[in-house]
Write a protein of this length. Structure first.
Length: 290
């Protein structure tokens, strides 16, 4: 069986970089194992499989090369940007069904945004030393008076606040140790960041490690940028409702990305958010599976 796959870079930064995702349309007849086989052959961090839905505009299933996950930010943005380019959807609100429930999607001009939930926070004070060791850093590399914390807006990420971009760039991730901690806390991965950015006017620069899902480093992670925006608002008292998060600039090779997170506030509390950006079709490919 031949499967047509679009490779689409999501969260591009001024038309460059971004994070590539596979997108497979009309995937209703594919079994979970076949979807996993396609994702493995493509070899990207995530591939989205689009099928019909009885409760939303489209059903999306997300697969890494080694497992299915509930949500994926950049694959969602890639999918809905592509559907918009095909004139399958109009500007305004639409929706996706996932294995973890439905989420709103906003098409705003040439940008796509996905809904995330209000944040939940979990301190890990008793294991902060392990987290630092897993990155090859010490407490001196962290932001003053701010410790790593787990944040969940639909998926859980370990947020590690670093003192500057140099500290972010010089971590030495121990992927086996990161994987163990990620398993213990059911994390997607680590999102390490500082307030130092490569481009002026942005709020944070980040890197993401997710060895538990077969991803050593990813260039743009919408489901992690949302939690970071919440952390900046709730824990670092940055009083604004739109945050720009850079990612991928510090990778080797670099793949610059930017993610926009818009907080929905009620009485100064976050009740949900929309995270999104631009996407660009890179190429089409065919994958053969049984």
């Amino acid at each position: 069986m031949d499967i047509q796959v679009q490779i689409i870079n999501a969260f591009t930064d001024n038309g460059l970089g971004g994070n590539p995702a596979g997108v497979v349309l009309k995937a209703d007849e594919l079994s979970p194992q076949q979807k996993l086989n396609v994702a493995c052959k493509i070899g990207l961090s995530e591939t989205a499989f689009v099928s019909t839905s009885n409760s939303a505009a489209y059903k999306l299933d997300f697969f890494t090369p080694n497992r299915q996950i509930a949500h994926c930010g950049h694959a969602t943005i890639a999918t809905f940007s592509y559907l918009r380019q095909l004139n399958c959807i109009e500007e305004g609100m639409t929706s996706k069904e996932t294995i973890d429930g439905n989420r709103d999607i906003l098409i705003d001009g040439d940008m796509a945004f996905m809904e995330q939930l209000s944040p939940g926070y979990k301190d890990i004070d008793d294991r902060t030393g392990e987290v630092l060791q897993s990155l090859g850093i010490t407490g001196n590399d962290l932001m003053a008076n701010i410790s790593p914390v787990i944040v969940n807006t639909g998926n859980s990420f370990m947020l590690v606040p670093m003192k500057n971009a140099e500290a972010v760039s010089q971590v030495y991730p121990n992927f086996a140790a990161i994987n163990k901690i990620s398993e213990d806390y059911d994390l997607i991965g680590y999102y390490i960041f500082s307030k130092t950015t490569q481009m002026p006017g942005r709020d944070a620069g980040a890197r993401m490690f997710a060895p538990r899902f077969g991803i050593k480093e990813e260039s743009a992670t919408g489901m992690a940028a949302g939690p970071l925006a919440c952390f900046l608002y709730d824990k670092m008292n940055i009083d604004k409702d739109v945050f720009l998060i850079e990612q991928g600039h510090l990778m080797n090779p670099a793949s610059p990305s930017v993610i926009t997170a818009k907080l929905n506030l009620h009485k100064q509390k976050i009740n949900k958010l929309m995270a999104g950006g631009n996407a660009k079709v890179v190429k089409s490919m065919t994958v053969s599976i049984k």
